[in-house]
Design a protein around this ligand. Structure first.
Ligand code: NIG
Ligand code: FE
Length: 412
């Protein structure tokens, strides 16, 4: 099946050559005005100026007129915890009354609260609720997504979560990557026996995950009161031995050393980065590890936003993601993530779009399939309502500027 999309007002992020964008390159957003795009069997085959469209009359074609519309590559959300059993708005209210994220965690709330509920839920229940969230974010323009485990914290619970993610991968047309985050926090039973839980992760969880190919990456919440830098390194190395590359939670609440450990291990990404010092920034800038910024988590927890400008100016590679989870970011809306990074972190609209598309694709090693407009990539596309410019998208942060979303050549 061939589809021609014609009269596109602006075709955004059309780049024939893939490139991981850092420093000043992040502001370069190649666009084509008055463009066409041809899709064959769900894959972009050609694109260019309307004036240069080839008229192959012999082919049976479907034509879509996109007059007045911008077309962007769908968002690549490289950090989510989309599988969970229940929302946690009671903690949200506790926070309004003055408790901190750390206070809530210390009294058995937070991740442990989600873990209790997840262990009580069936695989089908988890699948059905996650499927609804996946549908919701795809309608908001997300075409590729990473999903973590980490609310099980038991062998059965972690495997159940990863099997749910595997089923989502099989059923969904979105590109999905799975990350094993058994080291999200210490379960109560191991509160005073950290080595005991690390042994469970390494000796009981990882072998099954490797055998059943349940994960692509390994993650650790490297944070004071959670996993130390040394523990993070041990767990990541065990994951690497069975082929899981690290993508780690680092420098969210403290200078945990997580960024440096990630860089040392050649992690795909270090994520969060609300709390960075010169040493952590320098270490990240000298590497190909992607710094994934999660502004909606900082917003929801009322924490300082990630120092995006310092990171970009120092030459770090950065991506943007939603961190969709019930505790720190109960939203998977990448349009809001992009807007917030411009409004609160002073990223340029072009930088934010690149960080939420091509660099996000790299942060899931999906850069050859999605993340930009290029021949051979999946036709995962956002069709906007009529808008005046690229900057209008983050500027009109409360409006839904999306008209339609296409995944693998088909409208949702
Ligand atoms: O990325 N920081 C660690 N994990 C999640 C939050 C988990 C939760 O509160 O349920 C995050 O923010
Ligand atoms: Fe997270």
């Amino acid at each position: 099946m061939t589809t021609d999309i014609i009269n596109i007002k602006l075709l955004v992020n059309a780049r024939p050559i893939n490139q991981l964008l850092r420093g000043k390159e992040l502001a370069q957003l190649p666009c084509i005005e008055n463009a066409y795009l041809t899709i064959e069997d769900g894959i972009i085959s050609e694109y260019g100026l309307m004036s240069e469209i080839k008229n192959q009359k012999s082919k049976i074609k479907n034509t879509i007129d996109a007059s007045g519309q911008f077309i962007l590559p769908a968002w690549c959300d490289s950090h989510t915890h989309l599988v969970f059993a229940a929302s946690r708005e009671e903690e949200f209210v506790d926070k309004i009354k003055g408790l901190s994220y750390a206070d809530i965690a210390a009294k058995g709330g937070g991740i442990l609260n989600s873990a209790n509920k997840l262990n009580a839920a069936t695989e089908d229940e988890l699948f059905n609720s996650a499927w609804k969230r996946l549908k919701e974010v795809s309608k908001l323009g997300t075409g590729a997504i990473e999903i973590k485990s980490g609310y099980g914290l038991t062998v059965e619970g972690e495997l159940k979560m990863l099997r749910v993610i595997k089923r989502l991968k099989e059923k969904s047309k979105l590109c999905i990557k799975a990350t094993f985050l058994g080291a999200h926090t210490y379960p109560l039973a191991y509160k005073d026996n950290h080595q005991g839980y690390i042994d469970v992760i390494i000796n009981e969880m990882l072998p099954v995950i490797a055998k059943e190919k349940l994960a692509d990456y390994i993650d650790v919440f490297c944070e004071n009161g959670f996993f130390s830098a040394a523990e993070t390194e041990t767990i990541c190395k065990a994951g690497m031995e069975v082929g899981l590359k690290p993508k780690i939670h680092a420098n969210q609440l403290n200078l945990s050393g997580g960024t440096q450990v990630g860089v040392k291990l050649g992690a795909i990404s270090v994520d969060h980065l609300e709390t960075m010092d010169e040493d952590a920034i320098k270490s990240l800038a000298g590497s190909d590890t992607i710094g994934t910024l999660l502004p909606t988590a900082a917003f929801f927890l009322r924490m300082p936003f990630q120092p995006a400008r310092e990171l970009i100016d120092a030459g770090c590679v950065i991506a943007l993601a939603s961190d969709y989870n019930p505790g720190s970011s109960p939203s998977g809306n990448m349009n809001l993530v992009v807007a917030m990074s411009c409004i609160q972190m002073k990223m340029l609209p072009e930088e934010a779009i690149n960080a939420g598309t091509i660099n996000g694709a790299y942060a899931m090693e999906l850069q050859n399939e999605v993340g930009s407009i290029a021949a051979g990539k999946k036709a995962n596309l956002i069709f906007t309502k009529p808008i005046s410019s690229i900057a209008y998208l983050p500027y009109a942060f409360g409006s839904n500027c999306i008209d339609k979303v296409m995944i693998a050549g088909e409208f949702l």
